[in-house]
Structure formats: structure tokens, C-alpha cells
Ligand binder design. Sequence first.
Ligand code: COA
Length: 260
Amino acid sequence: MSNEILIHAERGVMTITLNRLDRKNSITLAMYSAMADAMAAADADPAIRVVVVQGHETVFSAGNDIGDFLNRPPGGMDSPAFRFLRGLPAFSKPLLAAVCGPAVGIGTTMLFHCDLVYAGDNAAFSMPFVNLGLCPEAASSLLVPQMLGYHRAAEALLLGEPFMAEAALEVGLVNRVVPPTEANAVAQAIAHKLAAKPIAALVATKRLMKQGQQQRVLQQMADEGTVFSRLLVEPAAREAFNAFMEKRKPDFSKLQGGTT
Ligand code: COA
């Protein structure tokens, strides 16, 4: 495994660091696998009480690697990306994130499954699925309207408009906005504070807060996955991915309407 995902465990806290800066921490199949494996191992390991996901002070993640979307689209629900996604709502222990700079696609949608999120004041959240010919994932079509309200969710998911750290704080997606150089350290400090608490009580409290819609979240994820997989190989998405790779604007004008 390359060092594009760094895993570090210390005093009950596992930290998963996205470390592919030359590609803006976009996530490849191998990186999804490494993160899914790390989270499963953390959940099973009594020595780990809390997990933190972090990026760099300039960028959290540019979302799925677009070359992978083009050349190696997820083949089924067992693909590394879907495995990582399913692991998010299933994760039983506290899950924290430190987010600075762009958080695109899964870089934003994974945050709806985190218990606490700390953002640099440069954080920019975006879910440009429609602009890429895709639909939401990670149950974001359920969780974003719930948190933002329908009309702000429509701006984020239909228009694909980014929103900044202060707006994310206002709607409750992040807990605190701090200077980018401090975000990872703040998340670490809170993680260690949590790790000192009784783990059974933490796990039980998280489960009780989440259990009301756990099944609905998993069902929404599965429904999204079916549509997402189909859209990934349709002409609109292919045009969007090729346009990104060729550094040009996509042209959807010649495409016919679909019924997906
Ligand atoms: N997949 C693959 N490569 C990516 C990538 C992605 N998701 N995001 C960025 N990169 C690559 C760029 O192609 C560029 O490569 P190059 O150096 O060979 O030209 C490099 O990373 C730097 O990206 P760049 O766009 O120049 O950085 P920026 O600071 O101007 O913009 C982003 C950063 C994140 C806003 C921008 O890269 C972006 O919008 N990326 C695509 C996000 C996306 O649509 N993701 C899919 C979500 S479902």
C-alpha cells in the first residue's frame, strides 16, 4: 500500500489522513479500501475508542478520483467505494473529521456521518453530483435535506453550489470554525477528550441517537448506489469526466433526456 492513506493510532485515537496532495486528496479505489479496512479494524479493536479523518490544511478531499470514475467505475455494492460508504453509518464509535479547503463529493457527504466536525475557515463544501451527470451518494439525498432544509439542499445538490465554513457552521454540519493551521490539532484534542470517557457509554449513546433512522439511511444508500452506478456509465457522466480530464467545460447540449 502506498502512503496515500496514513493510519496512526495513539492513546485510543486512530487518525486516518488523506495524503494525496498532488491530486488534491482525491480518493482512489486503493484509498477507499485502506480507509474501509482501517475503520473496520478500529471498530473491532478495543484499544481504539475514537477515529479522526483528516486531510491537509489546504485541502480535505477533491472527492472520488475522476480517472477511476472513467476507467474503473464501481462494479457493484462490494466495490471499495461502496464498502467505505456502508462502513460510515455502521461505525459504532465516535467518528470525527477535520476539514480544510475543498471538500468535494464524498469529501462532504462523509461528514454527515461524522459525530463531530472541525473546519478551517477556508473549508469549502460542495456536492456537484448533478454537474457530473451523477446523483447523490452516502445517503446525502436523505441527510442533506434533513440538515439544511429542502431549499438549501436543492441549492447544494441540484445546483451543486459550494458553501463555506461559516454556512456549514450555521446549519450544524460543523461544530467549530478555526484557522486552517489549527483544525487537525483541535480535532485531535477533542478526540483525546472523548477517548478518556467510558467507551460503552459513548457507543450506547451514539447508537441511541442514530438508531431511529439507521435502516432508512442504509436503504437510501442502497437506492442511491443503484442509480449512481447506472449514471456513472451514461453519456452525461462520461462527458463530464472527459471534460475534467481535458480541462474544458462539459457540453451536455447534445444529450437526450433519460428516465433514470
Ligand atoms: N480526480 C482526479 N484528479 C483530480 C481530482 C479528482 N477528483 N481533483 C483534482 N485532481 C487533479 C487535477 O486534475 C490536477 O491535476 P494536474 O496537476 O495533472 O493538472 C491536480 O489534481 C490539481 O487540481 P487543480 O484542479 O489544479 O487544483 P485547484 O486547487 O485549482 O482546485 C479542486 C481544487 C478540488 C476545486 C478541483 O481540483 C476540483 O474541482 N476537482 C474535481 C472535484 C470533483 O468533481 N470531484 C468528484 C466529486 S463526485
